[in-house]
Design a protein around this ligand. Structure first.
Ligand code: KIV
Ligand code: NA
Length: 273
């Protein structure tokens, strides 16, 4: 498979072909994503929840993100890789955000970064972009701000809220973002925002009118209870397999001779002497 670049993504957008993105947080999940032909792989800070067992993403730190990014980068050979700037790594100043983004490229080995927030982040997005780092914006439900939003809540359900989302989208595009994630908003709002932009939008809980879609891999393969379409039930299958293994260990059915390393009769009799 050919390496996906910014040019590839731009061409998909121009042709109107939806961009397929999924998250990964380690080597095997990255391999699975890459081999299923994903255009983009996101090392989302949702890994704090789905891989580390945290309640939400607010505690995730740079070092954790970078470790997971490196593992994903080893597994994904063709997809375009994006890493999530975690809460606390970009809000203080555009300089802080550039420094964190550079660490994602150099230590995390991803190709670009994603940042949660609206028009207030325009100067920050501009500085990161000027450093030669592709930036994906993320508006709507921004989970890092859930303490301020009052939980994981759908955004843009009022006309004022929807207008603000459109303003945010236009400001981020103007600042240089090459793509925007639209999370948890009515489909009509996401579709209108998409039609007003010259950069692709990637929806999650935002309907079918975006330029692409993203899902959290662990959610859509059944390992984490969430309101998403479950495309596979890896969790049940893995648990079933492990239950059977456990039973076979307890009953000494496993390992049967085909799973053991043979020794010749001659060597064995010498050994037994
Ligand atoms: O962290 C994540 O997985 C994300 C996607 C849901 C967009 O930000
Ligand atoms: Na995220």
């Amino acid at each position: 498979r050919k390496k996906v670049t910014m040019v590839t993504l731009r061409n998909l957008y121009r042709k109107g072909e939806p961009i397929a993105m999924i998250t990964a947080h380690d080597f095997p999940s990255a391999r699975a994503a890459d081999e299923s032909g994903m255009d983009m792989v996101l090392v989302g800070d949702s890994l704090g929840m789905v891989a580390m067992g945290l309640e939400n993403t607010t505690e995730v730190i740079m070092e954790e993100m970078l470790l997971h990014c490196r593992s994903v980068a080893r597994g994904a050979k063709a997809a375009f890789l994006i890493g999530d700037l975690p809460m606390g790594s970009y809000e203080v100043s555009p300089e802080q955000a550039v420094q964190s983004s550079l660490r994602f490229i150099k230590e995390g080995r991803v190709h670009g970064v994603k940042i949660e927030g609206g028009e207030e982040l325009a100067p920050t997005v501009k500085r990161i972009t000027q450093a030669g780092i592709p930036v994906v914006g993320h508006i709507g439900l921004t989970p890092q701000r859930q303490n301020a939003l009052g939980g994981f809540r759908v955004q843009g359900k009022t006309s004022a809220g929807a207008v603000q989302l459109l303003k945010d989208a236009l400001a981020l595009q103007e600042a240089g973002a090459f793509m925007l994630v639209l999370e948890a908003m009515p489909p009509e709002v996401a579709t209108l925002i998409t039609s007003k932009l010259q950069i692709p939008t990637i929806g999650i809980g935002a309907g079918n009118g975006c330029s692409g879609q993203v899902l959290v891999q662990v959610d859509m393969t059944g390992n984490f209870p969430q309101f998403v379409k479950r495309y596979a039930d890896v969790w049940s299958e893995a648990t079933r397999g492990m239950q059977q293994y456990r039973e076979e260990v307890k009953s000494r059915q496993f390992p049967s001779p085909e799973y053991t390393y043979p020794i010749t009769k001659e060597e064995l009799s010498k050994f037994q002497e």
